[in-house]
Design a protein around this ligand. Structure first.
Ligand code: SAM
Length: 238
């Protein structure tokens, strides 16, 4: 499944030596002929539960290589991943990402081994591998010297707790829709200001919660406040 990480930015991160990935399959740490990693739940009910022993042995093997690793369990019950958490995790040198299957993992393994639980959203996937790949891809974008200028993350959504501005490329007109004049003006200061205004406006329209947080923390500058007021006036909804 993890072959998806052999493309794009995670691939570049690996080629540059900024990211190293290794996998430990809990089935390789079983002792029975069927290589069983799951069992029926105590108390009955549907589904199976991942057993402690194979996972604990797989984690021990991973720890031999990564003695200081933080262990993260990808789980719909974890804290919702966001930009700040990804930025913080990208500075953690060693991570062990634990991927569940079935109904999840025996609670005692979580109590014994896991440092933090993270969710990628309020919906349930069938396994933790895709969430782990989401986490790894997002972390790759933060690792030093991985992104070039062409895919710089500085102006990405959430970096400033704002959504990104709209983007355009050639041709300048499609189906009667033109690129905003300012982007063709060559006036870099005006373009910068237009982008900031669009970011603020989009965030106000689509993610008012982000903007409220910034306003509460008093981190909306005078310029940002006035650009947002202009945006609201332009849209006729001030
Ligand atoms: N019974 C669990 C529950 O409702 O909390 C769901 C188990 S889910 C079918 C199997 C595994 O997928 C989980 O152990 C977890 O590793 C992973 N998973 C599913 N949804 C996820 C999400 N939103 N974020 C992170 N991991 C998730």
């Amino acid at each position: 499944m993890f072959a998806a990480l052999n493309y794009g930015i995670p691939r570049r991160a690996q080629e540059k030596g900024a990211l190293e990935l290794e996998y430990w399959d809990p089935r390789c740490y079983t002792t029975d002929v069927h290589r069983t990693v799951d069992d029926t739940p105590y108390g009955g009910g549907p589904g199976m539960v991942m057993k402690v022993a194979p996972l604990q042995a797989a984690i021990a093997a991973a720890r031999e290589k990564l003695p200081k690793a933080t262990i993260i369990y990808l789980s719909p019950q974890g804290k919702r991943l966001d930009h700040a958490t990804i930025a913080q995790l990208s500075e953690t040198p060693e991570l062990i990402l634990l991927c569940g299957r079935y109904e999840g993992i025996d609670e005692r393994l979580i109590a014994l081994e896991v440092d933090a639980e993270y969710s990628i959203g309020d919906y349930v996937l069938s396994g933790g591998e895709l969430p782990a790949m989401v986490l790894i891809d997002a972390i790759s974008r933060h690792l030093p010297n991985v992104l070039g200028d062409s895919d710089s993350a500085i102006e990405d959504s959430f970096v400033d707790a704002l959504l990104d501005c709209p983007h355009y490329t050639r041709p300048a007109e499609i189906a009667g829709k033109s690129v905003p004049d300012v982007l063709l003006s060559g006036d870099h200061a005006a373009i910068k200001q237009w982008r900031l205004k669009q970011s603020l406006g989009r965030t106000w329209e689509r993610r008012p919660d982000l903007l409220e947080n910034r306003a509460k923390q008093k981190t909306l500058s005078k310029l940002e406040q006035s650009l947002l007021e202009d945006y609201k006036k332009d849209s006729g909804r001030s």
